[in-house]
Ligand binder design. Structure first.
Ligand SMILES: [Zn+2]
Length: 231
């Protein structure tokens, strides 16, 4: 009897160790996943900022090009006015165009300058944001690598424990093992001590007969069916 109980207790302790490893692995995997998601979130946020900045740079370049094009047009028109063989009507039309273009180019230059100022203000902020993001990402990736190392260790332990379990289970009497395995599908603790007549699994008092029988053998709790023993 003592030997039988000892073998079953050994198996229960072994199963508890397996559960513990599995729990640790699950927690680490959840943490790993959360870190990966955080990287993705931050990256997404940073790239959105970067894209907005690139769009601003693009607008700034386009505006400068508009200024250059209009400037070239004004020069060409002025040259034509100076040297071209034009009718009075054509001259008038060209002069009006040049006047309008001069007003327009002043506006465009103001707009181009405003955009350029914005680009110059934002450029160092974007560079800083990129440096911060990359430094943070490197740190998180380092944490993930550490988690991976821990996971590998726990997985090895779990694998070993599972292999050893076969021998532990074989040491338990067959009928008892079957009941234990059935209960294990329902409870994390299929084998519990009876303390002061109370089942440690369901915390209910067992009958006096059961409390008496448990002194000499492994018995079943009438309430929860767990296997009971006394220390
Ligand atoms: Zn019980």
């Amino acid at each position: 009897m003592t030997q039988e109980l000892e073998a079953l207790l050994e198996l229960a302790r072994h199963d508890a160790a397996i559960r513990e490893q599995a729990r640790k692995i699950e927690l680490l995997q959840r943490r790993r996943q959360a870190l990966l998601e955080a990287i993705e979130r931050e990256q997404h946020e940073f790239l959105a900022k970067k894209r907005a900045f690139e769009e601003l740079q693009h607008q700034s370049r386009e505006k400068s090009r508009e200024v250059d094009d209009l400037d070239a047009q004004i020069r060409a028109d002025s040259e034509k006015l100076r040297t071209g063989l034009l009718s009075y009507k054509e001259m008038e039309a060209l002069r009006t165009r040049v006047e309008h273009s001069r007003i327009r180019i002043d506006q465009l230059e103001d707009e181009a300058l405003a955009l350029l100022t914005k680009v110059e203000e934002q450029a160092p902020l974007i560079r800083k944001a990129e440096q911060d993001f990359l430094a943070w990402k490197a740190k998180i990736e380092h944490d993930i690598a550490q988690i991976d190392a821990e996971l590998a260790g726990h997985s090895r332990t779990l694998h070993q424990l599972k292999e050893e379990r076969t021998a532990r289970a074989a040491a338990v009497e067959e009928g008892l093992l079957r009941r234990y395995e059935e209960l294990r599908a329902r409870y994390e603790d299929p084998l519990v001590p009876l303390i002061g007549g109370v089942c440690s699994g369901c915390h209910l008092r067992v009958s006096e007969i059961t409390a008496e029988r448990v002194r000499s053998q492994i018995v079943t709790c009438e309430n929860c069916s767990r296997l009971l023993y006394v220390k």
